[in-house]
Design a protein around this ligand. Structure first.
Ligand code: HEC
Ligand code: HEC
Ligand code: HEC
Ligand code: HEC
Length: 326
């Protein structure tokens, strides 16, 4: 061994030790930064959203709220501990309304409070007070949709309990059920499988052709008497069901005899069809003229991911357990 190579080994040794020390420093340093960042994020989110939202499978953590809005609402709560103009959220104090707005209203659309409010006055009602026509219109539509949510939960989700073979899971319709983080949700995607030629499910007179199909099947006079149009119409509708819920036909049908109501989910599907008709008849104008679809809520899942997980996640007057007079 030459002295030179010994020297080299020594130098190599030293640099390995140096690298090891550096590595340890980097590891601990980044760990510390990670903890620091995590604590900071957790603290900020907690300040923005006093009540953690609890959805079936959707996240709304308050990150869409600006600090200007958070400051404005803190001042507003000081000034008005009770709301000035709550017409739907009756009986909630301003602080409780703030939590609900953050988690479920702003959270459902993933927008800042300024989408529907003038930060100088959250209780502003007239166009003059609000000062901006778009903001004014949005608050009015939002109020109409708050009423729609209460109507759907109390008159359609609550009544799912009437089918003895299957009890509802407790999932509740709320803003994110349809909006799913979008201020302007689209009910019918252009790419939707099973709806060619711009076909739209004509919910308004939906019952007519299918009842006819069923009558012909029950009387055994099927076959040629069923028009090809009616069969095709039925098929596209059923493909829409499959795709919207991410299931096959047997989720709702006994494949040996389709007309039976043997699978509990088929009762739910018919109920939902009637609910969609009800939405069309009563709220189409506030939905920018759109017809509701199954996929608007279901998003290819059996249980709509943007639903609130349980009735008591929502204020009493909006949920399916509400009893008038209580
Ligand atoms: C998508 C529209 C929309 C968004 C976004 C929104 N709000 Fe609201 N807000 C409303 C509607 C509609 C009402 C009226 C509710 C009623 O009539 O019961 C309301 C009422 C309120 C009230 C009661 C005011 C009063 O005194 O009458 C407060 C406070 C409030 N919102 C705070 C907030 C805060 C804070 C945010 C952001 C975290 C927010 N809102 C986001 C639509 C919205
Ligand atoms: C406004 C939102 C909304 C629309 C529109 C909607 N659904 Fe639902 N649907 C729900 C909610 C919420 C549940 C969860 C009920 C539960 O878990 O108890 C549900 C549950 C169901 C179930 C039960 C699933 C299971 O097996 O557990 C079926 C079937 C169903 N929907 C079919 C449909 C069909 C078909 C359409 C279109 C005609 C439709 N839904 C449209 C909100 C909606
Ligand atoms: C049954 C489905 C459904 C539910 C539930 C629902 N919305 Fe909507 N909402 C829509 C559709 C569809 C539109 C129309 C979007 C467009 O303009 O194309 C809309 C439009 C709106 C608009 C107007 C947006 C704009 O900029 O023009 C607001 C505000 C709004 N919804 C707020 C809410 C709030 C707040 C809730 C919960 C309290 C809610 N919505 C619940 C389907 C729904
Ligand atoms: C989410 C539940 C659901 C799924 C999935 C579904 N169907 Fe249906 N289907 C129904 C309901 C509810 C009706 C009755 C509609 C009515 O009476 O207006 C129906 C009606 C039918 C009918 C007419 C006879 C009858 O039952 O009244 C046929 C045939 C049919 N479906 C075939 C299919 C086929 C084929 C598939 C798969 C491509 C399928 N369905 C998927 C719920 C479903």
């Amino acid at each position: 061994m030459t002295p030179e190579s010994n020297d080299k080994k020594k130098r190599q040794g030293v640099s390995w030790v140096g690298m090891a020390v550096a590595l340890v420093l980097i590891l601990f340093g980044s760990q510390w930064i990670a903890y620091f960042v995590r604590d900071t994020i957790v603290e900020t989110a907690a300040a923005a959203a006093p009540t953690l939202p609890n959805y079936v499978n959707y996240f709304a953590d308050g990150s869409y709220i600006s600090s200007a809005s958070n400051q404005a609402i803190a001042a507003y709560i000081q000034q008005f501990p009770e709301p000035q103009n709550a017409q739907v959220l009756v009986g909630m104090n301003t602080s409780a309304i703030w939590s609900f707005m953050t988690a479920y209203v702003a959270g459902g659309l993933k927008v800042d409070c300024t989408y529907c409010h003038n930060l100088n006055n959250f209780g502003a009602e007239t166009l003059a007070e609000v000062g901006n026509e778009d903001v004014y219109n949005r608050k009015n539509i939002a109020r109409e949709h708050l009423r729609m949510v209460a109507d759907l939960n109390q008159n359609w989700i609550a009544t799912l309990a009437q089918y003895p073979e299957k009890q509802p899971s407790g999932a509740q319709v709320i803003c994110a059920t349809c909006h799913y983080g979008e201020p302007l949700p689209v009910a019918w995607a252009e790419s939707q499988y099973g709806v060619p030629d711009n076909y739209r499910l004509p919910l308004a007179d939906y019952s007519q052709p299918l009842q006819e199909i069923r009558r012909l099947q029950v009387t055994g006079k099927g076959g040629q008497q069923v028009s090809l149009d009616a069969v095709q119409f039925n098929q596209y509708t059923m493909y829409h069901f499959n795709e919207s819920l991410g299931v096959g036909c047997t989720h709702c049908h006994n494949s040996r005899y389709f007309p039976l109501y043997e699978q509990p989910a088929k009762n739910y599907a018919l109920h939902m069809l009637q609910m969609s008709q009800h939405i069309l008849a009563n709220y189409q104008e506030s939905m920018n003229g759109q017809e509701p679809s199954c996929v608007l809520c279901h998003r290819n899942q059996v249980r709509p991911p943007g639903s609130a997980a349980a009735p008591n996640n929502l204020p009493a007057m909006l949920n399916s357990e509400y009893k008038p007079g209580n």
